[in-house]
Design a protein around this ligand. Structure first.
Ligand code: DHB
Length: 391
């Protein structure tokens, strides 16, 4: 069979692309090796930039992000014995929305179902081919065991940080940029009331901690740990003692409760450039991964897709590949700014193994250069709330 755009990956990037293309009258098929429940139950980040919220609402995905999300007009940077608020709204007139990625996914999957979109979860044996011909192909076996071969005008690899599509680009046709970090995050969900009205990014001599939220009764928190940390070594008591010690250094006390989820999240920076090869185009984490500090990953994926939908519409109308390169140039400008921001937040707030007292005091000086200065705070506020799309 045939479609206009075949999409590998039905996470937020693949589903939003399918939705935006449908609005432009363009057909697509999206497939994912994961089941819908499995994706819904994987804990991911929780902060949307204002433009991400507007995109979901204005394109008719859902307005649940306003009803069930929480608007945050700033964050706390905690270091050197106290908290310092960055007032996003006062500094740049923008805010962010606390709304989990799992809910963004649910809204998108529901919208595609509502609108009759062709989305297949739980497929196997996914492969792509004929990328440099006019008729590239997506092959997969659906959940009922039926094998399919779908020809398309373009293929999109929106298949996440462990992308298969990324590796279809020959090594001499792309650059891959990597950075590893010598730490990870231990993430928890806890049944407790919020400990503060906004997020706390907490620097301490014992390492970084992030106090985030989900609802009035469920909280999300992270603390810096060794990448090889074993979850089974961490009882609830030990976790609370460590978190309380880290935020206590800056005068905070956390409301505690039963911990319902524990996981270790890896840290990595990655970019693949260019973001297309032949008629295959990459979007979201398949093309770039950022460390989680600053919550840019999902927002970057949505921003990619907004631009990609426009450029695919042009490519189809003109019968030309030129818009694919334009997509990459537009997307990568934002990607590298987000790489810098995520790297900067990470290195400013985390303790490197072997850090000396000098290193810790220097970080406090760096943090104070942000919080004591309108210029410094505005830089952070602009990046955190998201850069407006430039043409
Ligand atoms: C969350 C995750 C982040 O990486 C971040 O910077 C802020 C919030 C979260 O999961 O809530």
């Amino acid at each position: 069979s045939r479609t206009q755009i075949a999409i590998v990956g039905a996470g937020p990037a693949g589903l939003l692309l399918s939705h935006l293309l449908a609005l432009a009258g363009i057909d697509s098929v999206a497939v994912d090796v994961r089941g819908r429940r499995e994706i819904e139950q994987t804990q991911r980040a929780g902060i949307l930039e204002q433009d991400s919220v507007d995109l979901l609402v204005d394109s008719g995905v859902s307005d649940r992000v306003h009803r069930d999300g929480y608007r945050h007009d700033g964050i706390e940077l905690a270091f050197g014995g106290g908290g310092h608020r960055i007032d996003f709204h006062g500094l740049v007139g923008a805010s962010t929305q606390l709304y989990p990625q799992t809910d963004v996914f649910i809204d998108l999957a529901d919208a595609r179902q509502r609108d009759g979109g062709d989305v297949r979860f739980g497929v196997t044996d996914v492969s792509v081919g004929d990328l440099t011909t006019d008729s590239p192909v997506l092959r997969f076996t659906d959940a009922d065991g039926t094998a399919h071969e779908i020809r398309a005008d373009f293929l999109v690899g929106a298949d996440g940080s462990r992308s298969l599509c990324r590796h279809e680009v020959p090594a001499d046709r792309r650059n891959q940029y990597f950075r590893e970090y010598p730490f990870a995050w231990f993430g928890i969900l806890a049944q407790a009331p919020p400990s503060a009205p906004e997020l706390i990014y907490n620097h301490s001599p014992r390492g970084f901690a992030l106090i985030s939220q989900r609802t009035e009764t469920l909280q999300r928190m992270y603390f810096q740990c060794d990448p090889a940390e074993n979850i089974d070594d961490w009882s609830d008591d030990r976790i609370w003692t460590e978190l309380q010690a880290r935020v206590g250094a800056n005068g905070y006390t956390l409301a505690q409760g039963p911990i319902t989820a524990k996981s270790v999240l890896p840290f990595r920076s990655f970019v693949q450039d260019p973001m297309h090869y032949g008629r295959l185009i990459l979007a979201g984490d398949a093309a770039h991964t950022v460390p989680p500090t600053g919550a840019k990953g999902l927002n970057l994926a949505l921003a990619d897709v907004r631009v990609l939908a426009e450029e695919l519409e042009r490519a189809l109308a003109a019968g030309s590949l030129a818009p694919l390169a334009t997509y990459g140039e537009r997307a990568l400008r934002r990607v590298w700014k987000a790489q810098h921001f995520s790297y900067w937040m990470t290195t400013m707030l985390h303790t490197l193994p072997g850090a000396t007292p000098f290193d810790l005091r220097r970080q406090e000086g760096e943090l104070a250069s942000v919080t004591d200065s309108a210029a410094g705070s505005t830089f952070l506020a602009e990046a955190y709330t998201g850069w407006p799309e430039r043409r």
